[in-house]
Design a protein around this ligand. Structure first.
Ligand SMILES: [Mn+2]
Length: 201
């Protein structure tokens, strides 16, 4: 069932324990989105396999507690975030789930109990609209996580739409941080193997 952003709050509040699940190698868009949803509506954030390096850096900065490879059992609802195909979820078999995503794949929507899928430039923009349409105020960290998701999925606004810029502007105001600070959440030191490669060159 396709639902609107405004309907999300009343639907998700029917479930007591909710897992917001990110895809494999979870990136800032997935983590920022799941973290903001869990903060606004209650719930736990999880990810399959591992986090990307920028995802890891962001989760440290915003203080996200992320369960790696959570069991699919024991939740009243699992909301899959920023994920378009089962392959990105590894071996986990979802019985009942919802979906929030900006990719245009039909892979996961057919079996979803409810879903929001539309061609935004990032899932974070959809999640920001969900928060606004349900009257939820973001914490500074929630706003920062969503901002990081927009910056990284739009390639620092190279692929941004009017909605991306609008959401970014509102998030700066709501979170009380500046753009430079949001950019810093995405800067990771090169790892050892990259440094060695550079030295060898
Ligand atoms: Mn994304």
């Amino acid at each position: 069932m396709l639902i609107s952003e405004a309907e999300f709050g009343s639907i998700v509040s029917r479930y007591k324990s909710v897992l917001y699940l990110c895809h494999r190698n979870a990136d800032p868009d997935a983590i920022g989105s799941a973290f903001a949803l869990a903060g606004a509506f209650g719930g736990t954030v999880g990810a399959i396999d591992d986090l990307s390096r920028t995802g890891e850096a962001l989760s440290d900065i915003i203080g996200a507690h992320i369960l790696i490879d959570p069991s699919e059992e024991g939740w009243d609802m699992i909301v899959v975030v920023d994920t378009s195909v089962q392959l990105q979820l590894g071996r986990i078999q979802l019985a009942r789930y919802g979906l929030i995503d900006h990719h245009q794949d039909e892979g996961l929507i057919r079996e979803a109990e409810f879903y929001i899928q539309r061609p935004a430039k990032s899932t974070a923009e959809i999640v920001w609209k969900i928060l606004k349409d349900n009257g939820r105020q973001p914490s500074r960290e929630m706003a920062l996580g969503l901002m990081a998701g927009i910056i990284s999925d739009t390639g620092r606004f190279k692929r941004a739409s009017a909605e991306s810029f609008m959401a970014a502007s509102e998030l700066l105001e709501a979170g009380g941080f500046d753009y430079e600070e949001a950019l810093q959440t995405l800067s990771v030191a090169p790892d050892i193997s990259q440094r060695i490669a550079v030295l060898k060159a």
